[in-house]
Design a binder for this molecule. Sequence first.
Ligand code: KG4
Ligand code: ZN
Length: 333
Amino acid sequence: EYPIRILAIETSCDETSVAIVEDGQRILSNVVSSQIDIHKRFGGVVPEVASRKHVEGINYILEEALQEANLSLDEIDAIAVTYGPGLIGALLVGLSAAKAIAFAKGIPLIGVHHIAGHIYANQLVTPMKFPLIALVVSGGHTELVYMRDHLEFEVLGETRDDAAGEAYDKVARALHLPYPGGPHIDRLAKQGKPIIPLPRALMDEPYDFSFSGLKSAVINTLHNAARRSEVIKKEDMAASFQEAVVDVLVEKTFRAIVDKDIKHLVLAGGVAANSELRRRLTEKANELDVSLTIPPLSLCTDNAAMIASVAYYAYIKGKWSQLDLNSIASLPL
Ligand code: KG4
Ligand code: ZN
């Protein structure tokens, strides 16, 4: 029994990443090249710029991932690639590279859903136990997912407007903090008090989320205060906003856990870095005797290793893609 080595490519947003993973768990290399410094000055990701940067970088990053793993393409069993959801131009760069390698080497191509990848970052930490609930919170997504077994995803709820990370970034902008704003709000919130009243949306709906009203409430509160020459401490606004976001995320996650009698919870996506979310989820999980896995930050943000992990389970189940696979900007899980 020799190990299955999968090389994965991820270019769905502003990170160009190539990884090689053995048996869906052992990371041999995971090279991530972030374009964040380029997009920073625009206050967000510029899709056309992202595509161009992926084109410029992909071959070098591929080479680096092979070198780091000390392998040649001849020692790879399959090529995995994120084919959606994401920025269409950005996705196409990774998909084209993946197809070229799969065709040239005569090995299987496996298309992977980006959110499945985020969830499988957990598999790289410790084997997932099923059934489980996954809370995926990133700059582009907020999803509550039920998994009965490997590759069986049921989306219980998702955001109807802004993603949690997107709300963090927009509120940060209103507070004149740099992009991406999540880490800055997290830091400021620790020095403030959650004394400003802000809404918790859709609490009567079972599992869906909405964060755009919260974002607007923050902006309106700041404007009204400025008009009346009142001073609102940034720290207090950060703490109040963060509490509102975390209240909703924790409430709905554990609602799903209790409703479905689940014993395992996994967290994923860039917002998993949030200290208050981690603290509150850990507290509640302990209270209810639920196991909680949170990947290290390097695996929470976009990377190709998580894509390779999903692809391993697709590989052994024979769920391979055809070479006419296309990228899809809004792909359901
Ligand atoms: O997963 P990710 O790299 O991007 C997507 O795939 O969408 O997540 C990036 C998001 C950004 O919105 C960023 O502000 C947020 O994660 N983020 C945080 C923290 N660190 C990063 N949000 C809240 N608290 C943090 N500590
Ligand atoms: Zn992502």
